[in-house]
Design a protein around this ligand. Structure first.
Ligand code: ATP
Ligand code: MG
Length: 566
């Protein structure tokens, strides 16, 4: 490809609305343009990267026995009514009407469509397992589209769905997809971790997220420094700490005027956050509970909802807090608290002594508090978010915390959709049974952004070779010198003949701006052809992201490039 024929409008300045590096570099490098919030045009360079990613996905999934299909983006409401999600899916679902007034949506995901397809034609146990996937544009009206391609409203997803005769077979399909995902992300050149993920309030099934490690990631994950354990902090179980015996401190009510947050009270009383017990008043369906969490810890609402057997818990409204504690928000405490259905505490609160709790009265706290001596807990459980420094739940190691970008998700669905939509098969004895499903997503456009978050420097993108838009860029530095132009042209042809993807910067630009754009665009290999070097039959070769510049004889350029690519 010649740069003069490539629509890659590079920019000198960062776009104003870009918070993360991948967004800045994709816009500046001429890869994407914004049409509307969370909706982007993919320019030629971006499309080349996306096709590389898709190629890797296709190879690995085909290898794992999955088959590619392409399903409609526009879906009728009827199938969503059947699954029950027409009512449940909130405003993220983009709904619309056709000319006859029929309800439709833009597919945010395709469980309904795929189940409808499979239930019609797959009837016998002999036809199973079956695993179908597609690579397609999804639409989700995200409440906060952000970070360019990272969280778009329109984005490209690979979604796959497996159908099996029973749990054991479905688990085998899951395992197969799990390992295919590992191969896909490795081949894309990403540093990632598969982490255990939340499976929703009902639980019981399996789910893993594939997280690309990057500081700009939205997800918090922990991984053991000793064994392979890794989990989203929402999911990570924590082992029960050893209970401490013996109390220090005497119970005392203290005035804490005008301070209410843990930080403020901690400063005021000069006690560390670990010495505090936070009392959260929560609403679970119609019940109000008090939940006790150590001051430096964070409540995990998913664990709490599971414990209480409800789909969601929320912080109680201010007037509920006032009613059950007798004080405004900020002073709730477990001592003398009797307006709640139960007092539930995280394991870490068990045996705390010389602690600080809210006083259930305005501007008032208790110090010197001993759990079990000064108040009673109805139930202890693992209720908090994991964090760096926590003990590993699987071994004697320690958890370390990371930020991650979720690029893939594998989920054991069971019979949720097949039962709701009657996607049944006949087993060997002729009995009708629901198929057991798994679903598997990959954020194709998000991978493009995640790869940049992980691979860039101050000058631009540093593509992993496997997903780079081109392998090598040729920079003839003086377009007015025939020798330079001719040498570039013959290298261009030679490399193309050797099967290398080459971008020839044949623009009549200054050498400086060619170098700048090459760094920005991030092609892995760069060959600079200048008249001075050519006099000695030499060109300059450089690997993007490395400082070293190699002087190569013209004749050995193709070999050097092929060597680097292997
Ligand atoms: P998230 O928690 O990030 O919203 P999700 O659980 O909604 O993700 P899935 O429904 O499992 O995501 O979608 C499969 C994959 O699609 C995700 O792992 C992610 O890589 C990608 N993805 C999801 N939402 C978006 C989005 N708004 N923009 C780009 N990619 C997305
Ligand atoms: Mg989402």
């Amino acid at each position: 490809m010649r740069m003069t024929r490539l629509h890659a409008p590079t920019l000198k300045d960062d776009p104003k609305d870009a918070e993360v590096i991948s967004h800045r570099l994709l816009v500046r490098g001429g890869y994407i343009r914004k049409l509307s919030a969370g909706i982007y045009d993919y320019l030629p360079l971006a499309l080349r990267v996306l096709r590389k990613i898709q190629g890797i996905i296709r190879e690995e999934l085909d290898d794992a026995g999955a088959q590619e299909v392409l399903l409609p983006a526009v879906q009728p409401s009827e199938i969503w009514e059947e699954s029950g999600r027409w009512a449940l899916y909130g405003p993220e679902l983009m709904r619309m009407k056709d000319r006859k007034g029929g309800d439709f949506c833009l597919g945010p995901t395709h469980e309904e469509v795929i189940v409808d397809l499979v239930r019609r034609d797959v009837r016998s146990w002999r036809a199973l397992p079956i695993n179908l996937y597609q690579i397609q544009t999804k639409f989700r009206d995200e409440i906060r589209p952000r970070a360019g391609l990272m969280r778009g409203r329109e984005f490209i997803m690979k979604d796959a769905y497996s159908f099996d005769i029973d749990d054991a077979a479905a688990n085998a399909s899951y395992d197969e997809m799990f390992s295919a995902y590992g191969r896909i992300f490795s081949r894309c050149g990403l540093d990632f971790r598969p982490v255990e993920a939340d499976t929703g309030a009902i639980g019981g099934s399996r789910s893993h997220e594939f997280q690309v490690l990057a500081d700009s990631g939205e997800d918090a994950i922990v991984s053991c420094t000793n064994c392979g354990y890794a989990a989203n902090i929402e999911q990570a179980e924590l082992s029960k700490p050893e209970a401490v015996v013996g109390f220090t401190g005497t119970l005392e009510r203290v005035e804490t005027p005008k301070v209410r947050t843990i930080d403020e009270v901690s400063q005021f009383l000069t006690k560390p956050a670990q010495a505090f017990i936070k009392t959260l008043i929560v609403q679970a369906d119609s019940d109000v509970h008090a939940v006790l969490i150590r001051g430096d810890h964070e409540l995990n609402p998913i664990k709490l909802a599971k414990l209480l057997g409800v789909s969601e818990v929320v912080l109680a409204e201010d007037d509920t807090v006032k009613r059950v504690t007798g004080a405004p928000v900020g002073f709730a405490g477990p001592i003398g608290l009797d307006g709640v259905s139960s007092i539930i505490a995280d394991y870490a609160v068990q045996g705390m002594s010389d602690a600080v709790v809210g006083g259930n009265a305005i501007d008032s706290h208790f110090t010197g508090v001993g759990e079990s001596r000064d108040f009673e807990v109805d139930r202890f459980a693992d209720l908090r978010m994991a964090m760096g420094g926590d003990d590993c739940p699987r071994c004697a190691g320690t958890l370390q915390d990371y930020r991650g970008i979720e690029v893939g998700h594998v989920f054991f669905l069971g019979t949720k959709y097949s039962e709701a939509m009657r996607c049944n098969y006949l087993d060997e004895s002729g009995r009708e049974r629901p198929m057991v499903m798994g679903c598997y997503g990959i954020g194709v456009s998000r991978i493009m952004a995640a790869a940049i978050e992980q691979n860039h420097d101050d000058s631009g993108i540093i593509w992993p070779t496997a997903i780079a838009p081109f392998h090598v860029t040729l920079l003839p530095l003086q377009m007015n010198k025939d020798a330079v132009v001719d040498a570039a042209q013959s290298l261009y042809q030679g490399l193309k003949d050797a099967g290398v993807e080459v971008l020839l910067d044949d623009r009549k630009e200054r050498a400086g701006s060619k170098f700048k754009d090459a760094e920005l665009i991030g092609i892995p290999l760069r060959i600079a052809i200048g008249s001075r070097g050519l006099d000695n039959g030499i060109v300059e070769a450089k690997v993007r992201g490395h400082d070293a510049v190699h002087e190569l004889p013209l004749a050995s350029v193709t070999d050097w490039v092929l060597e680097q690519l292997n």
